[in-house]
Design a protein around this ligand. Structure first.
Ligand code: AHR
Length: 635
């Protein structure tokens, strides 16, 4: 942690009570979405993370950027492993396989992404093999000391004329002491007629969330489920854009059997398998009841290549096909494809975002000149119910479209943006699609060419985000929702910090950040309507919003104290609440401004809930410490 960045802004002294009166009515209806999640393949948050596949480099997928290789694999005994592109590959999407040859017991070992977590549970595996073989295969999980944790014999169905898939399960009986475990597959070379066999797509999954095949890691999903995200913005982010036009995220290469998914070079320094594809994203939305906010590619790549207007049609068509795949009836071409892949019932897509940060990468002039309009017009014509979002607010938003605002900054700047949505009078709704305090206060703000990001969200940053989010909630008729970004960081390999959730290969390592606690508290106390509040005291150091959940008739007040020299007393009166009404008051605090939740360490966010009673005239009196985030809900 670089202490030279620990400059605190001026502290505001406060001793008199904030006297706040909340009106009976008169606010605005809020968006139903509020706090959600944003996911893209970043920081191995998907591959080696949320996507529960345990085998690294399972199908030797490669590209010009990251050519096929044997990363993660090693030979057993005297075997030789050779990558080959056979004339009869497993599929055109997976052209590279490994030839295993040698004598005696031969095969290969995989080290997993960063080890393999072994628990007493059922692991489900499979592999494809080609070559005439009359013996059996042995699949096993081994500890770093060579102890066999589980093994199974698989009778061969392998023949020389075609690729044959073999399925197996492994059920260890104990928990391995660490994740330095490997997966091995061996066979008896003397029973393979050519002395060698070819293998591809070797896969192993632990139990997944909702037991979905090709599914998601349970402990990460549990943490997400505890947060209760209302929407998922996917698949990016820079991930959607791609480094080049050709390496953009192509939805149609992420669907269907895994043998049909070629994978792609990600924006984040590695090849991905495509295993966590469009359908998996939608199933993830289904499993956590999240509204999908589908981002479609908009003709801009990160290397600043832009599709010229005359060539854009095929990409617009492609986006419409993607929407037909998701929402079309089984009588349509792509709806039928979806049904073929196991989902006859169409999904509903209510939000589509055109691109990502098209104000960046030299994209704004073409975005405003023709790219946004081309996608928006086509979608509006075919799907009039879809709310189309531009990926920026640096433009005049046409018709009923909305925009997406991203903010990475220092804490002070989030606080100074508390009122930014008060003056937003536009009718176009805004998604706060990426929000995170990235760097410590430095007196100037974030300089993208030279900044030092915190490894984890830290408390003053999280409180500052809370202040900004309170400002957004005050205007939640204009704000569609907000999400921290990015969401995941695999500590074994990451490029971007801080994130909402951090983890490593060990089950249970998932660590909820300080920002996670703030977002979760706000998310679990959803207002359906804001209520106007008046006070003679100006915002700062106390920031707040008040409202009502009309489903429970509970009155809600949310507040945060940023940089006060003293506790802030609050006298809060709801005009519609009488003396004696009780309320739950939850206050989040942390040991100091720079406390953070680190993987492997105890949670530092202190959550204290007390029941308080409204006194004379229905006034709730309480006090909030400096750098605290609070929610009061009446019973
Ligand atoms: O959240 C990380 C990256 O930040 C996103 O991919 C991109 O949209 C933004 O610049």
């Amino acid at each position: 942690m670089l202490r030279e960045y620990l400059l605190l802004p001026l502290l505001a002294a406060y001793s008199a009570a904030y006297t706040i009166t909340v009106a009976k009515s008169g606010g605005n209806v809020t968006s139903n979405l509020q706090y959600g999640a944003m996911e893209e393949e970043i920081n191995h948050g998907g591959e080696g993370g949320l996507y529960a596949e345990l085998i690294r480099n399972r199908a030797f997928q490669g590209s010009e950027l990251y050519p096929s290789n044997l990363d993660g694999w090693s030979a057993v005994g005297e075997s030789t492993l050779t990558l080959q592109n056979l004339s009869a590959p497993l599929s055109s999407a997976l052209p590279t396989s490994v030839k295993v040859e040698g004598s005696g017991t031969i095969g290969f070992t995989n080290m997993g992404f960063w080890g393999i977590d072994v628990q007493p549970q059922k692991y489900t595996g499979s592999f494809y093999v080609k070559g005439s073989y009359s013996g059996s295969f042995k699949a096993s999980l081994q500890s770093s000391t060579g102890k066999t944790l589980a093994s199974v014999e698989i009778t061969s169905k392998s023949v020389s004329s075609k690729w044959v898939q073999h399925d197996f399960t492994l059920t260890p009986t104990t928990t391995a002491s660490n994740v330095n475990n490997t997966f091995s597959l061996t066979f008896d070379a003397s029973q393979a007629s050519s002395g060698s066999l070819d293998f591809n797509l070797i896969s192993l999954f632990p139990p997944t969330w909702n037991n979905r095949p090709n599914g998601l890691r349970k402990d990460l999903m549990q943490a997400l489920s505890d947060f209760g995200p209302k929407f998922l913005r996917f698949p990016g982010g820079n991930n959607l854009e791609g480094e080049t036009i050709d390496t953009r995220w192509k939805w149609n290469e992420t669907i269907g059997p895994l043998t049909e998914r070629p994978g792609r070079p990600t924006t984040w320094g590695y090849e991905e398998t495509g295993g966590m594809g469009l359908v998996e994203y939608m199933e993830w939305c289904d499993d956590l009841s999240m509204e999908p906010i589908l981002a479609i590619w908009s003709g801009l790549a990160l290397n600043e290549d832009v599709v010229p207007e005359a060539d854009l049609d095929i990409y617009v068509e492609d986006a419409l096909n993607e929407l037909e795949f998701l929402t079309g009836s089984v009588d349509t071409e792509y709806g039928a494809l979806r049904a073929k892949y196991g989902h006859p019932d169409p999904w509903t897509i209510n939000y589509v975002e055109v691109g990502n940060e098209d104000n960046d990468s030299g994209g704004l002039s073409t975005y405003t000149a023709y790219r946004f309009a081309a996608f928006n017009d086509a979608i509006a014509a075919k799907h009039p119910n879809i709310q189309v979002l531009a990926s920026t607010i640096d433009m005049t938003l046409p018709g009923s479209t909305g925009g997406d605002y991203h903010q990475y900054d220092v804490p002070d700047n989030f606080v100074s943006e508390f009122d930014m949505w008060d003056s937003y009078t536009d009718a176009h709704p805004i998604l706060l699609g990426e929000i995170a305090a990235l760097e410590y206060n430095n007196g100037v703000g974030l300089d993208w060419s030279d900044y030092t990001a915190s490894l984890y969200p830290w408390w003053i940053g999280s409180v500052a985000e809370a202040v900004f989010l309170l400002g957004a909630e005050r205007n939640a008729d204009k704000i569609i929702g907000a999400t921290y970004a990015p969401f995941f960081m695999n500590l074994d390999s990451y490029e971007w910090s801080p994130t909402f959730l951090a983890f490593d290969s060990k089950t249970g390592s998932v660590t909820k950040s300080t920002s996670y606690y703030v977002y979760t508290l706000f998310n679990h106390n959803h207002m359906t309507n804001t209520l106007p509040a008046t006070s003679a005291d100006a915002f700062g150091p106390l920031y707040y919003v008040s409202g009502l959940d009309n489903k429970t008739n509970s009155h809600i007040w949310k507040g945060a104290v940023y940089n006060s020299t003293a506790d802030v007393p609050v006298s809060l009166k709801f005009e519609s609440i009488g003396q004696g009404t009780t309320a739950d008051l939850t206050i989040l605090t942390a040991p100091d401004a720079y406390s953070m939740n680190e993987v492997g360490e105890a949670n530092i966010v202190n959550t204290k809930t007390t029941i308080i009673k409204a006194g004379k005239s229905g006034v709730f009196s309480f006090s909030l410490p400096n750098l605290s985030v609070a929610v009061l809900t009446t019973n």
